[in-house]
Design a protein. Structure first.
Length: 100
């Protein structure tokens, strides 16, 4: 497991690269460039599948010159995941990838 990272006061774990084998858990993930810049945020039922196979990877690649990493927060409740994802997106409008 990675180290604990605070994002907007929430404890995430990371940084993981897209090739890391993850547990089949759901929650919110934040895509982060190797220099620490937030690139995108999303949610998934399975961290082992979604970030690795995301349709926004081309955008991530364009904006991550120092490697594509992610931090993950396990949240089983889908409504809570949506609230956390929306809050992070709202607090970080500078993120270049993702839906607005």
């Amino acid at each position: 497991m990675g180290k604990q990272i605070k994002i907007d006061g929430i404890d995430f774990w990371g940084l993981y690269n897209l090739n890391n084998q993850m547990k089949e858990l759901g929650g919110v993930y934040v895509i982060i460039d190797g220099d620490g810049t937030f690139i995108d945020v999303g949610q998934s039922d399975n961290f082992n599948i979604r970030p690795k196979n995301h349709d926004r990877q081309p955008c991530w690649q364009r904006h991550c010159s120092n490697g594509i990493y992610f931090a993950a927060k396990v949240i089983s409740d889908t409504d809570q995941r949506t609230l956390v994802e929306q809050s992070i997106r709202r607090n970080h409008p500078e993120m270049p990838c993702g839906e607005r």
